[in-house]
Design a protein around this ligand. Structure first.
Ligand code: NAI
Ligand code: MG
Length: 507
């Protein structure tokens, strides 16, 4: 057994790591023998060589998941026993928290303070919560009267395909696996090709926690190949996806064209974050910063449309721009870094393109708008915290997800004008409002078309609180009791209790 200190050193070594696929309880090469590279976005260097799963590997993984679901020890375990394995995994993650946080930062670029204080602890909390969920899933007895006894059961769905993004690699795996395993399903998980490392470590952790072979299979690989093989597979019963709205539509289409597998989608957003003149402005400035620059802006619920009441616009954006300029962009392994690099060069280029669209349409760059100049950052995919002022709701930068540290500032005159603009977008994932007027805050919470609303706060999460989108931000909810609807199916059972049952056709 290595000590935690040795593991830390391993996480920081410059020699690339290697990862295989996890199929049927064993780490194996891809059938094709192919591998791909995942980079460290801070330096551009290769972090790991990873087995590249394709349709054949997905077939093997689905077959293993099917066997484990129908006939393995998993199928016979009590819910309490399932919960104990999930809880054990949470404990093992806790023990390896420091090493996992570093690996997440190396693969994704997020500041170590975020991976240490958000990603890893939230992952642990998530598994702890769903460990407890396993033996609390129950059906109903339904008193319909007459000589019948009627009850419902909640049964697992079967083999679940789970396709996750790169912005919170380990936490997204936890969001998906916690409820799926608690309910007794088996899983084929595909991490994002940009950030597969911590998911593979999670595979080792679940095996160590005693998860039977085949219950969790992990097939890293590319979306159009491994991801599409999962969404088109005839023996996958359900797909849960988090990522772009564009790919979400492909997944729903694949499900419709194959076996009508159940689908839940957690997609993009363009959240209105609203500041009224009566808000505690200092608090609101900090909230606006956190809502958009957390995780380099690579957050589906980021407050990317900042609506500021016209009367305070000038003062507010000045304070915001000063704070944005003071954020420390740099090596994410440094404890005092606020923003690390974007995850890939592709994402960095996309962000630059959007800043260009904004400027062409008449938006003004009040802060950032470019990559930092420091020499030691030139090999990484860094961008500076960016504020686009004078944005109107019809501009591309107000309507499309940029997924980077770029906030578009808009103004509004009154509640009615605000609501019209806030809801005038294809997304509906989240919203924020900053005001001291409680009636106004709750009126807004009721009228905004979004699945999550934060009042005088932003980006708060707990495994017990449902999360998911309205409109093209997707369907289904993650977390809380609500997510269990996505991982169980309801069976209705009818029992005749009458002593002398008479048949319909008997007279
Ligand atoms: P993406 O939607 O292509 O990737 C997310 C996951 O889907 C990855 O695991 C990927 O391999 C997989 N995937 C891709 N194409 C697939 C296909 N045809 N079939 C099945 N699975 C497939 O997102 P991408 O390209 O990484 O980022 C593009 C944009 O998507 C971002 O700029 C952002 O706007 C949005 N996005 C939103 C996220 C969210 O949390 N809602 C997370 C990641 C990206
Ligand atoms: Mg893509």
């Amino acid at each position: 057994m290595s000590t935690p200190e040795q593991k830390v050193t391993a996480a920081q070594q410059s020699e690339p790591r290697t990862y295989q696929l996890l199929i049927d309880g064993k780490f194996v090469d891809a059938a094709s023998g192919r591998t791909f590279e995942t980079l460290n976005p801070t330096t551009g260097a290769v972090l790991a060589h990873v087995a590249e799963g394709d349709a054949e590997d997905v077939n093997r993984a689905v077959a293993a998941a099917r066997r484990a679901f129908e006939s393995g020890p998993w199928a016979k375990m009590t819910p309490h026993q399932r919960g104990k394995i999930i809880y054990k995994a949470a404990q093992l993650i806790s023990e390896r928290a420091k090493e996992l946080a570093e690996l997440e930062t190396l693969d994704n670029g997020k500041p170590i303070r975020e991976s240490s204080y958000v990603d890893i602890p939230q992952t642990v909390q998530h598994f702890e919560y769903f460990a407890g969920m396993a033996d609390k899933l129950q059906g109903d007895t339904i008193p319909i009267g007459g000589n019948v006894f009627t009850y419902t059961m909640r049964e697992p769905i079967g083999v679940c395909g789970q396709i996750i993004p790169w912005n919170f690699p380990l936490l997204m795996a936890a969001w998906k696996l916690g409820p799926a395993l608690a309910a007794g399903n088996t899983v084929v998980l595909k991490p994002a090709e940009q950030t597969p490392c911590t998911a593979m470590e999670l595979g080792k952790i679940f095996l160590e926690a005693g998860l039977p072979d085949g219950v969790l299979n992990i097939v890293p690989g590319f979306g159009e190949i491994a991801g599409a093989a999962i969404s088109h597979h005839m023996d996958v019963d359900k797909v849960a996806f988090t990522g772009s709205t564009e790919v979400g539509k492909l997944i729903a289409e694949a499900a419709a064209r194959t076996n009508l597998k159940k689908v839940t989608l957690e997609l993009g957003g363009k959240a209105p974050n609203v500041v009224f003149a009566d808000a505690d402005l200092e608090h609101a400035v900090e909230g606006a910063l956190f809502s958009i620059f957390f995780n380099q802006g690579q957050v589906c619920c980021a407050g990317s449309r900042l609506f500021v009441e016209e009367s305070i616009h000038d003062e507010f954006v000045e304070r915001l721009a000063n704070r944005a300029k003071s954020l420390r962009v740099g090596n994410p392994l440094n404890k005092d870094t606020h923003m690390g690099p974007q995850v890939t060069r592709e994402q960095l280029d996309r962000i630059k393109r959007y800043v260009g669209y904004g400027e062409e349409a008449g938006a003004k760059v009040l802060a950032g708008g470019r990559s930092p100049e420091a020499e030691e950052l030139q090999n990484g995919f860094f961008f500076t915290p960016t504020i686009l002022d004078c944005v109107t709701n019809d501009m591309k930068v107000a309507q499309e997800e940029i997924f980077g540290p770029v906030v578009s500032v808009l103004t509004f005159q009154n509640d009615k004008d605000l609501l019209k603009q806030a809801n005038d977008v294809v997304f509906g994932l989240s919203a924020g409002i900053w005001t001291r007027d409680i009636k106004r805050a709750h009126r807004f919470a009721k009228s905004v078309k979004a699945g999550v609303v934060w009042i005088n706060t932003y980006n708060m999460f707990n495994a017990a609180m449902p999360f998911g989108g309205y409109k093209q931000s997707g369907y289904g909810r993650e977390m809380g009791f609500q997510v269990m609807d996505a991982y169980t199916q309801c069976k209705s059972v009818w029992v005749d209790l009458s002593e002398n049952p008479i048949g319909w056709f008997s007279n």
